[in-house]
Write a protein that binds this ligand. Structure first.
Ligand code: KIV
Length: 311
């Protein structure tokens, strides 16, 4: 009942045309920066919609950011589907990307296609994203051939962070940069429509994206990618604690929320809330009648309703 009466349909159309793959290619060609952000629920999706971002990623970063897992490895496909459905209800114009969680695509092309189809059919995302090069390139090829567009992801790939030596920048040696470049070119060659570069030295990213025809989206990869992505809760300052070097905070929403909930608690304890404007009224005649009912005589006549112990 707390949110009763509120509309849970997507916000009204803004007049913006929905973002699709040709539009992203056009933006790259024109040098128009692509804005991407993560979202994991209906309210964050409506914010992304209202802020006119181009791409919304239902990222597996939901694992740490909203589900409280220690890493992205733990989030399941079932959980990603629930979150994706909520995001879909809040979006109209941005392209919606569904992130394929760890374990949903690595073992076979069949599994990869089934998982991608599940994300698209059940959440309404238009495209999917998977992580890393190597076997993921083969999976990306299979998914693209099945008719679902794929976004690649190279550099720091959190699902395989342990194998990469932890959450740290990638491509810092010439050997690692060559591998990263080969992965990106391979993802492009199998038909990925865009690639995320995460935690890669700016100069390495610049050199690689110069060789790409498809849009690149950076997170901790410098200014030369076709666009940028940040995690919703990081940029708003909802997440607390250690932040990656590449996060810029545009607000301190955690502090605002703590301050507001504390004020609410204080007002409840001092009986300052609710105020007259927050309560419902009743017609005096109805109240009088109800009070008469509660008078001693009326209660006495209701005695028959009283519970009597079994013999
Ligand atoms: O899951 C996620 O949020 C991501 C972005 C960091 C690109 O993969």
């Amino acid at each position: 009942m707390s949110s009763g009466g509120r509309s849970h349909t997507a916000p009204p159309p803004s007049g913006r045309r929905p973002v699709n793959l040709p539009r992203l290619a056009e933006m790259k060609a024109n040098g128009d920066p692509i804005v991407m952000v993560t979202a994991y629920d209906y309210p964050s999706a409506t914010v992304a919609e209202a802020a006119a971002v181009d791409i919304v990623l239902v990222g597996d970063s939901a694992a740490n950011v909203v589900l409280g897992y220690p890493g992205t490895e733990q989030v399941s496909m079932d959980e990603m589907v629930v979150l994706g459905k909520a995001v879909r209800r809040g979006l109209k114009t941005p392209l919606m990307v569904g992130d394929m969680p760890m374990g949903s695509y690595e073992s076979s092309n069949e599994l990869a296609i089934q998982s991608a189809q599940r994300l698209v059919k059940e959440t309404g995302c238009q495209v999917v994203k998977l992580e890393a090069g190597g076997i993921a390139v083969e999976r990306a090829r299979a998914i693209v051939r099945s008719g679902i567009p794929v976004m690649g992801h190279v550099g720091l790939t959190p699902q395989t962070a342990t194998a990469l030596g932890g959450y740290k920048a990638q491509g810092k040696t010439a050997k690692d940069a060559i591998k990263l470049c080969e992965d990106a070119l391979a993802l492009q060659s199998v038909g990925c429509f865009a690639i995320v570069f995460e935690a890669v030295p700016a100069a390495i990213t610049e050199a690689i994206v110069a060789k790409l025809e498809i849009p690149s989206i950076g997170i901790g990869a410098g200014p030369t990618t076709s666009g940028q992505v940040l995690v919703f809760h990081d940029l708003l300052g909802i997440t607390t604690g250690h932040m990656a070097k590449f996060v810029k905070r545009y607000a301190d929403v955690h502090e605002t929320m703590v301050e507001a909930v504390t004020r609410y608690g204080n007002e409840v304890r001092r009986r300052q809330f609710p105020e007259p404007g927050h309560v419902y009224s009743v017609e005096p005649a109805e109240l009088d009648e109800f009070r008469r009912y509660l008078s001693e005589e009326s209660l006495a006549s209701a005695k028959g309703w009283e519970w009597e112990p079994l013999p």
